[in-house]
Ligand binder design. Structure first.
Ligand code: 13P
Length: 246
């Protein structure tokens, strides 16, 4: 049985009260083959791990630097020190609003791996690229630059930018096709024996999760809005659990 991964990305949402409310509702009998993590804003990492003991921790970003005079930055070593298992790298919102380049993303990936935190590399095309039929070229180029210095221990999240926060979701066929291409590309870049898990992200919710998890190349989901409420995140976790045997 292969592992499935479910990661909630809270983006810039949350509070101590929200974590308490979430933890009161959260009850999920996790199967060890289903890894569930939440990525809260940095100040809430500690509170989250204390409130949700069964849940793994993810961060939304990390610095390329190990330490030093870099005001506002958080290093991957600090994340490891907090027992953070995963860190998102190259989310489209970091690329768009913080001008992160593929070169910087490659460095962040390497920094996370050398600190022992598993990076979740986010890739995905804009709507214009999808409409022009260039989605595979765009994603392939992102993978080639980001994985230039990478070791094999990582996850990849395919998040088409046009599906993030829009209520539009890639169809299961679109997701499955892209994931198959990503797997092939990662195998050729990092070695033929690698089975890198590929998560889908972009308006995943309790209604569409089943069909996405049923796809043979979808190894999990990176969930934004629907991870903020325990009820919807638990429903998605249940779908993942039901699809563990694919
Ligand atoms: P939504 O699930 O809100 O579309 O966000 C997806 C995302 O960006 C997760 O990283």
């Amino acid at each position: 049985m292969t592992n499935l991964y479910l990661i909630g990305n809270w983006k810039q949402h949350g509070s101590r009260a929200a974590i308490q409310a979430f933890s009161k509702q959260w009850s999920f009998n996790a199967n060890p083959a289903l890894r569930i993590a939440i990525a809260p804003p940095f100040p809430y990492l500690q509170a989250l791990v204390e409130a949700l003991p069964g849940c793994e921790l993810a961060a939304q970003d990390c610095s390329v630097h190990a330490q030093g005079a870099y005001t506002g930055e958080v290093s991957a070593d600090m994340l490891a020190d907090l027992d953070c298992q995963f860190v998102l790298v190259g989310h489209s919102e970091r690329r768009q609003y913080h001008y992160e380049t593929d070169e910087l993303i490659a460095e962040k990936l390497a920094a996370a791996q050398s600190a022992g935190v598993t990076p979740v590399l986010c890739v995905g095309e804009q709507l214009s690229a999808r409409e022009a039929g260039e989605q595979e070229d765009v994603v392939r180029a992102q993978l080639r630059s980001a994985l230039a210095k990478s070791q094999p221990n990582l996850l990849i999240a395919y998040e088409p930018v046009w599906a993030i926060g829009t209520g539009l979701t890639a169809t299961p066929d679109q997701a499955n096709e892209m994931h198959a291409m990503i797997k092939q590309e990662v195998e050729s870049l990092l070695g033929a024996s690698q089975a890198t898990p590929i998560l889908y992200g972009g308006s995943v919710n309790a209604e569409n999760a089943d069909a996405l998890f049923a796809c043979p190349h979808v190894d999990g989901a990176l969930v934004g809005g629907a991870s903020l409420e325990a009820a919807s995140f638990m429903a998605i976790a249940q779908s993942a659990s039901n699809n563990l045997s694919h």
